[in-house]
Design a protein. Structure first.
Length: 144
């Protein structure tokens, strides 16, 4: 029996910056940290990678979690452009807020880039922005 949604995960080139954004700016907290060294066959089996190494943290945001990974191996190319939301796969994470206009202004002042100001839609207001790694973060406030 599936109980519900537990967490989403993202990979970052800078774990400290990512943790700082999602804790200090967003307001989450580090629930626990973990990782593995190269040559850990169980980690390679689970991830489908070879000779992987990683540092990671599970962040608690409200009633759910966001898992963040910084892989030191295998090497990967740096991202050169922002991933559009219409590409197949996970497109964004969404954070439910109260007073979306205040949160938008607070996060914008903290340096978060947004596509537009919050927009009202049927029963809610929402806006898309990007975290320091370019991942899309939606803010949503349910109004009715």
């Amino acid at each position: 029996m599936i109980k519900g949604f537990h967490h989403a995960a993202i990979s970052t080139p800078d774990l400290e910056r990512c943790i700082a954004f999602y804790t200090q700016t967003i307001g989450g907290e580090v629930a626990w940290e973990f990782g593995w060294e190269r040559g850990t066959p169980e980690a390679d089996a689970v991830t489908g990678l070879s000779d992987s190494a990683c540092r990671a943290a599970m962040l608690k945001i409200g009633d759910t979690f966001l898992e963040v990974f910084e892989y030191s191996a295998p090497a990967q190319a740096a991202r050169t452009e922002l991933r559009p939301v219409n590409l197949h796969g996970i497109t964004h994470v969404c954070l439910e807020v109260t007073d979306i206009d205040s949160e938008y202004q607070r996060l914008k002042a903290a340096g978060m880039q947004f596509n537009t100001a919050p927009m009202a839609q049927d029963g809610s207001s929402m806006v898309y922005g990007r975290d320091p790694d370019g991942n899309v973060v939606e803010l949503i406030e349910f109004t009715g």
